[in-house]
Ligand binder design. Structure first.
Ligand code: SF4
Length: 349
């Protein structure tokens, strides 16, 4: 919801100051999805708000829930017609996470990523980012397919379309909205930002939001291969990423998640595992680094690359190789795959 516009609207309509707080409470805490539902406002004001203002800054074009009711993907149309996707996932019964997009498309162009194949359309505003969480909260409250007795939307991950550090101004504003006690009221530790590895951004985040979780899409521990599949590596190579992480640990002393997408015969050999372990040891702070192995999800957008997911056996082997070197590691369960909302799958098809 555009709070500045709302404030101006109330001022122009000679409304007392407490109206703004009343509306904020109704939208962000009570979960209403239309101004007409705010019964504490006069009928005239409700009608005027319905005419002039919008609760959400986009139109919901499609919602695709999975058959098991554990995830859903939405297609959202921004005011200029650009399309984005946003995903709702239940990691545990009764708990829900929202995966938000921060850009329409993405300029980074990782070869294994459906969003990267779309190209870059534009940055989202803080309101467009935060409204994705608002939308899913409304959806959970309304939708009977999700039979939830104690609904809890507990986490927000910046892991949808786009690279958060290439739209940092708006992403940081949206973090402020999500952690504002009078609005969403999330704790900082309930939020996670995932980056393809922009060193400058990592340092900025450490200073501005030391309690927000950080995930780095590493995927390769070899500059040559990483450069081939992730063009960002040409600007921020493994050495500069290492320095940024060391700085991050100095400031925050918090754990960082290294995401590693398992690509058949590309980055899943014993040698790749050794390189990854060596890289982690070179960063230091072994106890603060955790590797998540992610299954690659092929999509029509990435079919041109002819990439395949590593087999289960190879993934287990890779994990064991890392464990033998005392690296903390898990194979991440791929939620949302059925609705094509898993990592690297968001494209506005
Ligand atoms: S993986 Fe992330 S950074 Fe890379 S192209 Fe996809 S959305 Fe952009």
């Amino acid at each position: 919801m555009d709070l500045q516009k709302l404030e101006q609207f109330l001022k122009d309509n000679n409304q007392p100051k407490f109206r703004l707080e009343q509306i904020k409470k109704a939208v962000y805490q009570d979960g209403i999805s239309a101004f007409s539902e705010i019964t504490t406002l006069s009928k005239d004001l409700r009608e005027a708000l319905e005419k002039e203002m919008k609760v959400l800054s986009f139109e919901v074009k499609k919602v695709l829930p999975s058959n098991d009711g554990n995830s859903a993907e939405s297609l959202l149309e921004l005011s200029d017609g650009k399309l984005i996707e946003s995903v709702l996932i239940s990691p545990k019964p009764g708990l829900w996470s929202v995966c938000v997009s921060c850009q329409a498309g993405c300029p980074v162009g990782c070869r294994f990523c459906a969003t990267g194949k779309m190209g870059f359309k534009r940055n989202l505003t803080a309101e467009e980012i935060a409204d994705q969480v608002l939308f899913w909260r409304q959806y959970l409250q309304k939708n009977l397919k999700f039979k939830i007795s104690n609904l809890k939307l507990t986490n927000v991950v910046y892991m949808g379309m786009g690279e958060p550090f290439l739209n940092w101004e708006q992403v940081s504003e949206s973090i402020k909205i999500l952690t504002d006690k009078k609005l969403f009221g999330f704790g900082s530790r309930s939020l996670s930002v995932s980056t393809a590895g922009i060193a400058e951004g990592i340092e900025k985040m450490a200073k501005e939001f030391p309690q927000v979780n950080l995930a780095v899409s590493l995927h390769f521990a070899d500059d040559e291969k990483r450069g081939q599949y992730m063009p960002i590596n040409k600007k921020d190579n493994l050495e500069s990423l290492k320095k940024a992480l060391q700085k991050y640990f100095e400031i925050t002393k918090r754990k960082v998640f290294l995401e590693y997408i398992m690509l058949d015969k590309i980055n899943d050999s014993a040698e790749d595992a050794k390189k990854l372990a060596d890289y982690i040891y070179s960063i230091g702070k072994l106890q603060l680094l955790h590797v998540n192995l992610i299954r690659f999800n092929a999509t029509p957008e990435t079919s041109i690359e002819n990439l395949k997911p590593s087999s289960k056996n190879q993934t287990q082997f890779f994990k064991k190789e890392l464990e033998n070197r005392h690296i903390s590691i898990t194979i991440r369960k791929s939620l949302g795959e059925e609705v094509q909302g898993a990592c690297g799958q968001l494209a506005t098809h």
